[in-house]
Design a protein around this ligand. Structure first.
Ligand code: SF4
Length: 871
């Protein structure tokens, strides 16, 4: 922490009371936070404005405090508070405002600590000031987020030597060379968490509200998994070395950056002039989940994958980053290879994001000065071209970088056509966007949803609901509304075929095109810059053949993928030495070309549970044309209902219409190369397949678990679509009430309205089900929860320990099986299930499994109901 702020108020009364009110309130806040064991929150714009007034006329005795606050307690970038700070420092530097505590040179220096955004303009102006130009040169030379400021400096450089110097410094990468190289040896104390740590262990969903408050949220790290973890960390730190987080499998599960933030908070170091955030740290894993790995890279952390079996908590180990050896007391414990080969540069730059932005700035400056490429950075290793064909994913990414295809292992920066953000990671994404000094998105289409917190909001959620949408719209993004429903069920409807995108939620898996979900830092980068760094993963092809058997649903097809992988020895349930053929690869699915896009998403969505980096589903043109036609009408309806950002929505309509005018889809090449091909004959799947408590990889046939009692059933999440609700209702129609508790949450408002109109809600009501607002509902378990230690059958995505409820044992499977289970209060036998399916579902299948084709609903564009309770 930078600030040793006195929590005792000196209570000086020799200046007007109002001047102290901000300080008094702030001291009170500091004391409250101290009691919680966390540093104070950064100052907001109002507090900063009051601080500025105090700095103009400093009360005696408060000088150090005021300086400390202006230097270290205001977020950098384009936060509203940093705008106030930059304006004030700019005025002091120019001499238009006097401050006895900060002279013109110091004001210039402090402007240089603000990373970019609002500080750039005053610094560029100061290049014309003979007295301060040298300071401005120094400041700008290490400022990366200059955006339009680059053109201004380049223009000034024609007649201004200082501006020319800035250009030369950018061209020579002073921003990089002025930072220390990654140390050859790093000595750390091991904090080891045995087995697998998922992101929910590190950043529990139940504490999602505190994610933007990094120090506060970090208090919840491992709270359920290892209640004494923070005490242990404190003890280990007392050995005098930084602590390294070590685990067999680290960071599986969701993409939440808060998981990495918490690890970095406990293992990293303060960032000069940036409040309540840290950087650096070391994470060592037998396996590190790809999104977690990338998030670590982006944050300046050193992630190492190697055998960790010889490492134990309390070991003091030395990591040699040159030889790739980890030693304890001089003996080699493990060896590793620094991967990617750019990692040393990333660590030196303060993270991969800084490195990418900085390298672009350097290239831009060299181009402007007519200089050739710089020989300073390590270029990403690129694979040899095999000359073979490309997979569908490789072609989609190729298209996004202007090539026919990209090879596995190839580093590229694909154009981000669609970017999604949800509400528990959105506030972090917002903070990252501010830190990237972004005032306008470059990505074509960026969306914010409110699906995770709409139903039972805390007061902090209400604040997010009231402000985050506007923040996105101000930058050209699209804001959904509270109660609209689940991010993916909406985001998919905004996708363009064969394009690439991302989202700050691990289930951002487009059914058309391809999405590489990411942590909120990378999502902010993608939205701000319109591209994303990517090392193209290898692909695993799952090829289906044969006919789907009666009673077997698409969810069973989803679950049969890990089941088949287990049978073939490509996936193990055991965490130690875990095998997972899908981990970090692109799961490509073919053999089901006639699926509707809504159905294809069920397959794509579940690729998150396989720890796949992304997923493609090879579809025919007809369902894609149908889906896009429907979505054009939905977006037109949104425009009629006042959704923004209008130009962004309109542009997406036009892009969709352009595709519809020439509906061509990319095709995988017959000789494309895959890391593995898994063939699955659907005709051999004769019974439902379920994931068992509490691991989405622990897949079993229904006959292996039939008869097990179930207390609660959840029907909902992004894994469901309207057909599932109709089918489940059909099972329950006319039957006695369900014996246990049943929760029903449709994914979107449109589904809700349609189901109400069709009388489906009435059936659920009579069955005794509890109807929930459209959204994530129980799936994330951050709001309503199932009863402690209950046995649950759920249609949601994942069943990690404690996700749906404390101690809950959760089966995952189809909506149809969920309804039968709810009705019987236990998992049925295969015969019971098939009999019900045969009588109540199969004869009505054509009517049940219909999807929301808005273009086929009369006058939907003008009158179609997106029921807006809040409008
Ligand atoms: S429904 Fe579940 S998996 Fe889907 S976005 Fe919401 S919390 Fe995530």
């Amino acid at each position: 922490m930078h600030i040793a702020f006195q929590s005792q108020c000196p209570a000086r009364m020799d200046a007007p009371q109002w001047r102290f009110s901000m300080l008094e309130a702030y001291r009170q806040h500091v004391a409250e936070r101290e009691a919680e064991g966390v540093p104070p929150l950064p100052l907001d714009a109002q507090q900063t404005a009051e601080l500025v007034e105090l700095l103009k006329n400093p009360p005696a005795g408060e000088e150090d405090t005021l300086l400390e606050l202006i230097k270290n307690q205001i977020p950098p970038g384009v936060d509203d508070a940093s705008k106030v700070k930059a304006e004030f420092l700019g005025q002091v530097a120019k001499g238009s405002v006097a401050c006895s505590l900060i002279d013109r040179a110091e004001a210039t220096r402090l402007l240089g600590t603000m990373i970019g955004g609002y500080n750039v303009k005053p610094l560029v102006d100061l290049l014309d000031d003979a007295e301060l130009a040298a300071g401005a040169v120094e400041a700008l030379s290490v400022t990366l987020l200059v955006y339009d400021g680059f053109e201004e400096v380049a223009a000034k450089a024609k007649s201004n030597a200082s501006a020319r110097q800035v250009m030369e410094n950018w061209a020579n990468a002073t921003w990089f060379t002025s930072r220390p190289e990654m140390p050859e040896e790093v000595t750390v104390t091991v904090f080891k968490v045995e087995g697998e740590t998922n992101t929910d262990d590190l950043s529990p969903a139940s504490e999602a509200w505190s994610r933007p408050d990094i120090p506060m949220h970090a208090k919840a790290m491992l709270v359920a998994r290892m209640p004494d973890a923070l005490d242990k960390l404190a003890q280990l730190k007392s050995k005098g070395y930084p602590v390294a987080y070590v685990g067999d499998v680290v960071g599986t599960g969701s993409s939440r950056k808060s998981a990495a933030n918490s690890v970095i908070w406990h293992t990293g170091s303060d960032i000069p002039y940036v409040p309540a955030k840290r950087t650096g740290g070391v994470v060592i894993g037998g396996t590190i989940a790809p999104i977690f790995f990338n998030t670590a890279e982006d944050s300046g952390m050193l992630p190492i994958q190697c055998d960790v079996t010889g490492m134990n908590t309390g070991d003091v180990i030395t990591i040699n980053t040159k030889t790739g050896e980890i030693t304890r007391d001089g003996a080699v414990l493990s060896t590793f290879e620094l991967k990617p080969n750019t990692l040393a540069d990333e660590v030196r730059a303060g993270g991969r994001v800084n490195l990418i932005i900085g390298r672009k700035l350097t290239t831009q400056a060299r181009d402007a000065l007519g200089l050739g490429p710089i020989k300073l950075f390590t270029d990403p290793e690129q694979p040899a071209d095999s000359g073979k064909g490309y997979t569908l994913a490789q072609k989609m990414v190729g298209k996004a970088v202007g090539k026919v295809g990209v090879r596995p292992g190839e580093y590229c920066e694909p154009k981000m056509t669609t970017v999604g953000s949800q509400d528990t990671t959105g506030p972090m994404t917002r903070d990252e966007i501010k830190e990237l000094a972004c005032l306008k998105y470059t990505a074509d289409f960026t969306v914010q949803s409110f699906c995770h917190t709409a139903a039972y909001p805390k007061s902090v959620d209400i604040k997010t609901h009231n402000t985050l949408g506007q923040f996105f719209e101000d930058r050209g993004g699209v804001a959904l509304r509270v109660g609209d429903g689940v991010i993916h069920s909406w985001l998919n409807r905004f996708c363009l075929p064969d394009t690439v995108g991302t989202g700050g939620d691990s289930h951002t898996r487009f059914p058309i095109g391809i999405s590489f979900p990411a942590g909120s830092g990378l999502v902010a980068f993608a939205a701000a810059t319109g591209s994303m760094p990517l090392v193209m993963p290898e692909s695993v092809l799952v090829r289906f053949k044969g006919e789907l058997q009666p009673g077997i649903t698409l969810r069973d097809v989803v679950n049969v993928i890990p089941w088949a992988a287990i049978q073939q020895g490509l996936l193990t349930v055991e965490k130690k030495g875990k095998k997972n053929i899908f981990a970090g690869r692109v799961l490509e699915i073919e053999g089901l070309p006639n699926l509707k896009v809504e159905q294809a998403f069920e397959l794509a969505d579940a690729s998150a549970e396989r720890s796949a980096a992304a997923c493609t589903v090879h579809l025919d043109k007809a369902p894609v044309i149908e889906y896009i036609s429907s979505n054009v009408v939905l977006i037109k309806n949104m425009l009629k209902r006042g959704y923004g950002h209008r130009e962004t929505l309109q542009a997406r309509i036009e892009a969709m219409q352009a595709w519809l005018a020439n509906p061509v889809l990319l095709q995988p090449d017959a000789d494309a190369e895959y890391a593995k091909i898994i063939e699955i004959d659907l005709s051999e799947i004769k019974e439902p397949v379920v994931c068992c408590p509490n691991d989405p990889d622990d897949v079993k046939l229904l006959s292996e678990v039939a008869g097990n009692p179930v207390d609660e059933v959840f029907l909902g999440s992004c894994m469901t679509n309207i057909g599932h609700f109709r089918a489940a209702a059909k099972v329950l129609d006319g039957q006695p009430q369900v014996p246990g508790r049943m929760w029903v949450a449709p994914p979107t408002r449109m589904d809700e309205q349609q189901l109400i109109d069709e009388g489906v809600y009435s059936i659920f009501g009579k069955a005794g089900a509890r109807m929930e607002m459209p959204g994530c509902s129980l799936c994330m378990g951050n709001q309503a929860r199932v009863r402690d230690n209950s046995v649950v059958f759920s249609t949601s995505t994942r069943n990690f320990d404690n996700r749906l409820g404390k101690g809950a044992q959760v089966y995952l499977g189809s909506a149809e099986l969920a309804a039968v289970t709810a009705m019987m209060g236990k998992l049925p036998t295969v015969a019971e299930y098939l009999a019900i399916s045969k009588d109540r579902i199969d004869p009505f299948a054509a009517d049940l499994y219909r999807y929301l084709n808005f273009h086929e609903i009369e006058n939907y564009e003008n009158n179609g109901v997106i029921p807006i309770h809040a409008a």
